[in-house]
Design a protein around this ligand. Structure first.
Ligand code: MN
Length: 442
């Protein structure tokens, strides 16, 4: 099961790739997240790889060259692009986990010299690598699972009654759009949209004035379900493959005008950025935690959303940080400034509950679908995961070390999101970064 701690989490494991042994590295041998990248020697297709220290280990190249011997000889490289979606669908969801263990064996400092030499042929520097979106994302769903975020946003509009009556019963979500999901590092063009400046008068169409980010955790479906066949809460974790960072860019002025009665639409589907590395649920096992502890007055989840395993281990202890660097900060060599730090353990619903609820009506999830938690905010002011909350709709601007102020994002601003897990007795692992810079509207 995905909660199990085994020898792959041993903090004493070391790699012969020296950079992976740096205690600050996001990608020690205990992590090995999957990614896709374009190799210099192959123009035809991106290659499947795992990140190790400051390198990528090219699994496609290594399998083709027979580095793993007879293991994986049933994976036919001629069959199609070797990506996680393909492997999970056509070789089986456990093949990815076997592949990761094989990579771990080859990259370990206890691997014999022959294996080390063979694997070393397939290492490339991660910096400057031309990365791709790791899964073929068919559908994207975004939830709203931070009660702190929902309460803050709700109280701006309904001070006396911030949470809707359904909030503590349903992991609330909406269907996003997969086609505009982009990889970290892609510039984000300020969108046009319809908005209204006051509460009366006609709306206008033009570049969004209140552009925002949302710090979220994304998770990929690694095993689908048939139409009309729900996924029980006890099986939810078997369907989740791994996680990434998500920035759900949001045009707040457009959102404010369009969201009633059907929810977000063009305010959010112009771009969503994701980090390139998929950290597996296996790597995350030491960082599982109890589900959110509800206030005594709160209802318990309905039966289909609750079981003992989920209550004990359904949560995730992942630290999330958001930084900003403006054009002026870059030109004056001022380091990115931290806007917030939050943690997924403060989410009201677990990722298992989100997935089970999504499929509870028989909706079929498919391998590669991306689900995201919604903005991850905590109780404290410096734990708010978007500018809407941090500046309270722009009323309380943030002072930056460059002497500038921000209510919402301006052209040239870059948002940098980071995620990492730490626990006494275990090796720190990270999710890498999710970056995006705002460029002017057309
Ligand atoms: Mn969102």
């Amino acid at each position: 099961m995905t909660y199990e701690i085994n020898e792959t989490h041993d903090p004493n494991l070391k790699s012969w790739v020296e950079s992976a042994n740096d205690p600050n590295s996001d990608f020690p041998i205990q992590n090995l997240p999957f990614c896709m990248f374009w190799s210099d020697d192959d123009e035809d297709q991106p290659h499947l790889a795992v990140a190790i220290g400051d390198k990528l280990f090219d699994l496609y190249g290594a399998i083709g060259a027979g580095v793993f011997g007879e293991r994986f000889e049933d994976i036919d490289l001629e069959d199609g692009v070797l990506d996680p979606t393909f492997i999970a669908n056509f070789v089986g969801p456990t093949a990815l986990s076997e592949l990761r263990i094989a990579a771990m064996d080859a990259l370990s400092d206890s691997a014999d010299q022959r294996l080390q030499n063979a694997a070393a042929e397939h290492l490339v520097p991660a910096s400057g690598a031309d990365l791709e979106i790791p899964f073929t994302i068919g559908d994207y769903t975004d939830f709203y699972c931070s009660i702190y975020h929902a309460t803050n946003v709700g109280s701006m509009f309904r001070p006396d009654n911030p949470l809707m009556p359904n909030y503590k019963y349903i992991p609330v979500g909406y269907h996003g759009r997969a086609s505009s999901i982009v990889l970290s590092g892609t510039d984000i063009k300020r969108p046009h949209g319809q908005s209204r400046s006051g509460s009366e008068g006609p709306p206008a169409f033009g570049p969004s004035k209140n552009l925002d980010y949302e710090m979220e955790l994304g998770f990929f479906v690694g095993k689908g379900n048939d139409l009309s066949t729900p996924i029980g809460i006890g099986d939810a974790e078997k369907h989740i493959f791994g996680v990434c960072l998500v920035n759900d860019w949001s045009a707040r002025d457009v959102q404010g005008w369009e969201y009633q009665p059907l929810g977000p639409f063009l305010a959010k589907n112009f771009a969503t950025s994701i980090s390139p590395f998929v950290v597996t649920m296996e790597a995350l096992a030491p960082f599982r935690t109890a589900a959110f502890e509800r206030d005594t007055g709160d209802p318990q989840p309905l039966e289909y959303l609750s079981d003992e395993q989920n209550r004990k281990f359904g949560g995730l202890d992942i630290n999330l940080e958001v930084y900003i660097q403006t054009e002026k900060m870059r030109s004056e060599n001022i380091e990115p400034f931290r806007l917030s730090r939050s943690n997924t353990k403060d989410l009201y619903w677990t990722i298992g509950q989100m997935l089970t609820h999504h499929a509870s009506n028989g909706c079929n999830l498919q391998v590669g679908d991306l689900l995201a938690t919604g903005t991850v905010s905590g109780k404290e002011k410096d734990e708010r995961g978007c500018l809407l909350e941090l500046t309270w709709r722009g009323k309380d601007p943030i002072d930056l070390p460059s002497g500038e102020q921000r209510r919402f994002l301006e052209d040239g601003d870059e948002i940098i999101m980071k995620g990492f897990c730490e626990r006494e007795g275990f090796r720190r692992i990270g999710l890498g970064e999710c970056r995006g810079r705002i460029i002017p509207a057309n």
